[in-house]
Design a protein around this ligand. Sequence first.
Ligand SMILES: [Zn+2]
Length: 205
Amino acid sequence: MLEPRPYTEFDVDSDESLEAMAHVRSLLDFIGDDPEREGLIDTPKRVVKAMNEHFWGYRADPTEPLQRTFSEVENYDELVLLQDMEIQSHCEHHMVPFVGRAHVAYIPSGRVVGLSKLARVVEIFSKRLQVQEKLTAQIANTIQEELRPQGVAVIIQARHFCMCYRGVKQSQAWTTTSKLHGVFLQDPAARMELFTLIGSNPGGR
Ligand SMILES: [Zn+2]
């Protein structure tokens, strides 16, 4: 269970929100609809509120969840794998969703971090405009830099809506990306253990 999200809601009555709503009205007009009709009259406000939910990651510090670590773990120095975290992000090219799952593994070096904190790092970077490759690298690099473990691996498997309903129309395609640090890069046995645990079937086992 995650703690409450560390962000403040947009103030829908602020000048910035009102300006954003005006832009949404322009878009509604641009696509050929009537922003003043009953069904659309509150849409700009709803869109701005939805953006608050989709993009709160800009208003959170991804290093913050990793500041509290624990050392009383009986010198545990084996693989810790947090698997099948749901991710919902938006591609920065089309601003449409990509959804899937993330697996985060690390091998501690003396100190461990709460598992929900790893999930929080994934969530913060997801709630920004992304490309999957960048999202994968940002999560791995942040954990590596903050925890200095023996190794970090981040694997993301996702479906991109912009590939489903526009362009190449590949509705069933999964994209897999991975970013490895430390022992996962250097030691084939560590890498093998990881990929065996995760399984090699993207999207479901
Ligand atoms: Zn896209």
